[in-house]
Write a protein that binds this ligand. Structure first.
Ligand code: S3P
Length: 453
């Protein structure tokens, strides 16, 4: 099944699978891996990051921090995850890169590194592939400029490439994000480390808090209001500039966004039982698990004793079995809390009894592709009843899927969603540019082959 990918062919086919059984290997959490590399570069000395996801996005961040002067060594790798040793001269020892900093397909690299570069007194250019060049940057230019960084981008400061001329001393700001975005929040907090005074970021919906947890574990006093750390609701995070980070010894949990593909596969497949080990179930990332349980998924969660790494990320083993799903209604806050899992949840909805509505999904148009258009086109091609009105998606189920040609739009999450659909669709499903899965999950198709053997 993987042969077409190994031959480097752009399109890949998935057959209907009789059974789905086993324990998929998962990549280390992409969001946490990026943050660990960035913070390791800011901290003077020797940091160790174990089990970082080895997708192309995280590799892009590793390349950027190396270009800025941190020593980045890949110690141990298995085709899915990698252990990094980072030797950094510390934030004041980082230097201007001779070359453009290549974020490739990675919005997280672009946004988070911008926050760091805002506080480094030299000239940097961040660029990436065609997809990245179509993703908005005004949302980070506005706050980082008001902190004192000089920032410029193409198309009246709206699209990459992005130029950052930083300053080692920035102004602290109190900023409310216009769209819930952990990337924007993280960029401001990272810049806030170089701010004079207290920098505050307010968000209407609590987005993933990995940056905050990791900063706290590195000795930064970071305040949350309200103080309790449950997911959802508005929240403000603030930190005092001028404190140095201590080096990291971080173990990265398995990525819940990667696990989501198998959770849905297990729930919708007629003969399935899958177990996912050591998955990150941070309250700001676990919404997909909770939504699937609300939909009736037979999903068992067993907490894994010790939280993971210095940042204290909670972990669980998840077991999913063939389920009878029912429709769910999701609003804009739900979309924000499961922003990366909406495509695979749409596939789950095609197999759920009733009408699923997902309102306020517009931010999905700003991802690696226009995911609203991509998911509607792909699932419709497979025979699902899907419609879109403005930014609202409606899916009526259950509908038997029929193998067809689908377009991933070179978007890893769409490629994996259509591959999972192919496991239950009659006949053969083809996915063009399926190889994009390697952006976040290098061994995804190998796992799929193993679990269906
Ligand atoms: C990410 C935040 C999300 C998410 C992305 C990773 C992060 O983006 O879609 O895959 O690591 O901070 P936004 O916060 O911009 O929505």
């Amino acid at each position: 099944m993987t042969s077409s990918l190994l031959r480097g062919e752009p399109s890949h086919s998935v057959q209907n699978a009789a059974r789905l059984r086993g324990e998929p290997r998962l990549p280390g959490d992409k969001s946490i891996s990026h943050r660990a590399l960035i913070m390791a570069a800011l901290a003077e000395g020797r940091s160790v990051i174990s089990g970082a996801g080895d997708g192309r996005d995280v590799r892009a961040t590793a390349g950027i921090v190396a270009a800025l002067g941190a020593g980045v060594e890949r110690m141990c790798e298995d085709g899915l995850n990698v252990d990094y040793l980072v030797m950094s001269p510390g934030v004041d020892g980082l230097h201007e890169s001779e070359a453009v900093l290549d974020c490739r397909n990675s919005g997280t690299s672009l946004r988070l590194c911008s926050g760091v570069l805002a506080g480094l007194p030299f000239f940097s250019v961040l660029d990436g592939d065609a997809s990245l060049r179509s993703r908005p940057v005004a949302r980070i230019i506005e706050p980082l400029r008001s902190m004192g960084a000089d920032m410029h981008a193409r198309r009246s400061d709206s699209l990459p490439p992005l130029v950052v001329i930083g300053r080692s001393q920035l102004r602290a700001i109190d900023f409310e994000t216009r769209v819930p975005s952990a990337q924007v929040k993280s960029a401001i907090l990272l810049a806030g480390l170089r701010g004079e005074g207290r920098t505050t970021v307010r968000e209407a919906v609590a987005t993933r808090d990995h940056t905050e947890r990791m900063l706290r574990s590195r000795g930064i006093e970071i305040r949350r209001e309200p103080a309790e750390s449950s997911g959802g609701g508005s929240v403000a995070w603030s930190l005092e500039g001028g404190t140095r980070l201590s080096p990291l010894d971080e173990r990265v949990p398995a990525d819940p966004s990667a696990a989501a593909f198998w959770l849905v596969a297990g729930a919708i497949h007629p003969d399935a039982e899958l177990t996912l080990r050591g998955v990150g179930v941070n309250p700001t990332r676990r919404a997909v698990v909770d939504f699937l349980v609300r939909m009736g998924a037979r999903l068992e969660e067993t907490a894994v004793g010790e939280p993971c790494g210095d940042a204290g990320e909670p972990l669980a083993d998840l077991r999913v079995r063939t389920s009878e799903l029912r429709a769910i209604d999701l609003g804009p806050d739900d979309v924000a809390s499961a922003i990366d899992e909406i495509p695979i949840l749409c596939l789950a909805a095609t197999q759920a009894r009733g009408k699923t509505t997902i309102r306020g999904a517009g931010e999905l148009r700003n991802k690696e592709s226009d995911r609203v258009a991509g998911i509607v086109a792909g699932l419709s091609a497979l025979g699902a009843q899907v419609s879109v009105s403005g930014d609202d998606i409606t899916i009526t189920g259950p509908t038997p899927l029929v193998g067809a040609a689908t377009e991933s739009l070179d978007d890893h999450r769409l490629a994996m969603t259509f591959a999972v659909a192919g496991l239950i669709a009659r006949g053969t499903t083809t996915i063009d540019l399926a190889e994009s899965a390697a952006v976040s999950y290098p061994s995804f198709f190998l796992e799929l082959e193993r679990l269906t053997a």
